[in-house]
Design a protein around this ligand. Sequence first.
Ligand code: DC
Length: 218
Amino acid sequence: MPIPVLTIDGPSGAGKGTVSRLIAKKLGWHYLDSGSIYRSLAIAVQKASVDLAAVDKIVKVAQGLALEFECGDELIVRLDGEDITNQLGLEQTGGMASQIAALPAVRQVLLKKQQDFKQLPGLVADGRDMGTVVFPDAENKVFLTASAEKRAQRRYKQLIEKEIDANLVQIINEIEARDRRDMERATAPLAMASDALYIDSSDMTIDAVVEEVLNLIR
Ligand code: DC
């Protein structure tokens, strides 16, 4: 029996995570947050005190990456048994993940780890290259985006709510730098699959986006 896969790709802060989790819950499907795998690797590399220029060593860390995911209302991630959920969301972790993600050898190692998430009754996979590289045969693909300003405002609001100091202009600059790096890299860049549905969430509520994606599946 074929296992249904819905891929949701797009830049950071477009709402992919929230939308993917809600849809996975509604459908009772598994959820792959591929960004959290790159982010966890960034943390593992930092813990092992490996320099970002030492590609061979980063690949070794990727090969031995021992992650556990607990998918409740919030995604909890453990690295070697230690809960690293709080460190995962830091902008610094995202920036480092984006640099490591540009290494083709690293992407190759992580490919199978991601494909293993495809299990019955179905999978919602969120990332940058889910519909183009990891699950090119998925029957339902979405490219979810929003303007850099809107994405920065959402991120700013999240940080302020968590009482973390934040600067809107700095966040816009960081988001634009990460977009550029993710789109311009040679291997599996952020790009829309030719058969994906394009959704710009700049002026949409989360519920409206979820509804549009569910309509696609129906
Ligand atoms: O989605 P995110 O912000 O958690 O992802 C963090 C970084 O990981 C992102 O800037 C690029 C990289 N990434 C990737 O290259 N491919 C994916 N499928 C997911 C994330």
